[in-house]
Design a binder for this molecule. Structure first.
Ligand code: NAP
Length: 465
């Protein structure tokens, strides 16, 4: 039996990154069920990793926010920034006020290597560094010792590429971005000239994408150095490249071109190594990293028909004074919401959250907290469309619990009783304009890097208006 859809359907979305906006779009553009969306965000600023993760010198990618601005204008959309789920508003309080809650909180922490010496000073997660140079308020007070000549980045994904490129970018290219001013200043003093990017498997298994690895060659103030011997393929890798078609072949060709290139004379070097794993980091008497022990790997077949790596026992010790592990992001459990600790995601079936295999009525997930930290920004669109399809099917089947008090006004009153300054989307647009004005025509914007400063700027502007 189907029950009539509740009118209007009230949906809370927790998080405001790409997956959150695509879920809002899918909900508000469908015409079957009149719907209202309330988006809740911990920071006063929306857009998640587009603001705090995408590299500052990739402004074209960041311009996707114009699409999100359009979504925010759809009738029925409301944004509540500076509101922390679990602290300012609990799961039970949302359940009392919304038919459905969609979690789009991404993957907020990083994976560890689990090897000796990993906690030495000078070893950081790439996620920390990325959030720092992007001016994320939670990371603005971090410091990175950039006094060593050689740095290492463990992992060969696109985040590893971002970190390596930012370390070796010419100063003139950093100052024209929206990189946090403290990071521009610190990196201007950096003595890092050589970065080693370390892949545990072979070049055919590298996670980075062609555009990103190709871009390195003309963006860094130095050379990309690849050892030709690292590009020789075992039969399974050769078959993998063959099966991967044009894109896989092009990636191998890009790397071969780097291996064949003559030195340019520029000071920097980005050495991309394959088939090596750090076994251990060694510290000096200050407890600061001074070297890494790398083991040469060989590829072996895994149980799923792919290739994994195994140490060969051949070890080299390489001096290094700064290390970033860039081996993937990981989701964080949300208060009261089922969580799969091992995978770092919320257990779900096509977006419907499950608890011990049973449905958790009215609870949904999308984006990295749903599927894990993979794919590009656009991947979240189809992911959110799937979640919204599941949600609307549940509504049609009468499987979504009716909230006790679905009034938007009482939800506003609840938030106002908990949070001194809730930031609306209009407030964000004002903050956005202030940041762009601070860019003074020479930079896309100068970001506020503390929540306090953001709220003060809004209050000041409102007082002056
Ligand atoms: P990723 O693409 O999953 O890459 C993770 C890397 O870490 C892989 O090379 C992986 O190697 C390696 N790794 C994992 N565990 C390791 C270990 N214990 N020791 C050594 N290496 C290890 O993750 P990501 O770079 O964090 O990127 C996350 C997502 O965001 C990706 O989908 C990425 O494409 C996307 N992104 C896109 C852009 C862009 O489009 N410009 C920029 C940034 C991020 P194995 O393959 O051997 O596991």
């Amino acid at each position: 039996m189907t029950t009539p859809a509740p009118t209007p359907l009230r949906v809370a979305i927790v998080g405001s990154g790409p997956a959150a906006f695509y879920a809002a779009e899918a909900l508000l553009k469908q015409t079957e069920v009149p719907t209202e969306v309330d988006m809740i965000e911990r920071l006063p600023t929306p857009y998640g990793l587009v603001r705090g993760g995408v590299a500052p010198d990739h402004q074209k990618i960041k311009s996707v926010t114009r699409i999100y601005e359009g979504i925010a204008k759809l009738p029925g959309f409301r944004f509540h920034g500076n509101v922390t789920f679990g602290r300012d508003v609990t799961l039970d309080e949302l359940r009392e006020r919304f038919h459905a809650i969609v979690f789009a909180t991404g993957a907020q922490t990083d994976r560890r290597l689990g090897i000796p010496g990993e906690d030495l000073a000078g070893i950081h997660s790439a996620t920390e560094f990325v959030a720092w140079y992007n001016g994320h308020p939670d990371f603005a007070d971090r410091t990175f010792d950039l006094s060593a000549e050689r740095a290492a980045v463990v992992g060969v994904g696109n985040v590893a590429i971002d970190v390596s490129r930012v370390l070796l970018l010419p100063h003139s290219e950093r100052v024209i971005t929206d990189m946090a001013p403290y990071a521009v200043a610190a990196l201007a003093e950096s003595r890092v000239r050589e970065v080693w990017m370390l892949g545990r498997r072979g070049c055919a298994q590298a996670a980075f994408t062609n555009l990103e690895v190709k871009e390195l060659g003309h963006r860094i103030h130095g050379d990309v150095v690849v050892d030709a011997a690292d590009l020789e393929l075992d039969p399974t890798s050769a078959a993998e490249i063959e099966a991967g078609g044009r894109i896989a072949k092009e990636k191998h060709d890009i790397l071969r071109a780097y291996a064949a290139a003559a030195p340019s004379g520029k000071p920097g070097r980005l050495r991309v190594r394959f088939l090596v794993s750090p076994l251990e980091f060694l510290g000096d008497d200050r407890g600061h990293v001074r070297a890494m022990r790398l083991e040469r790997n060989a590829l072996v077949a895994d149980d799923e028909g792919g290739l994994t790596c195994r140490g060969t026992g051949a070890i080299e010790e390489v001096p290094v004074g700064l290390v970033f592990r860039s081996v993937g992001y990981k989701g964080v459990a949300l208060p009261g919401v089922p969580f799969d600790e091992r995978r770092g995601v919320v257990p779900n079936e096509r977006g419907r959250i499950t608890d011990g295999g049973a449905k958790a009525p009215g609870l949904y997930a999308t984006g990295w907290i749903k599927r894990g930290p993979s794919g590009v920004i656009g991947t979240n669109k189809q992911d959110s469309v799937e979640t919204v399809k599941t949600l609307l099917a549940d509504v049609a089947a009468g499987d979504v619990p009716a909230p006790a008090d679905p009034s938007a006004a009482t939800f506003d009153a609840l938030l106002r009783s908990r949070v001194a300054q809730v930031v609306s989307f209009e407030d964000w647009l004002r903050l956005d304009a202030i940041e762009m004005k601070r860019g003074d025509g020479s930079r896309p914007r100068v970001k506020f890097t503390s929540v306090e400063d953001m709220l003060a700027a809004l209050a000041e502007e409102a007082a002056g208006a």
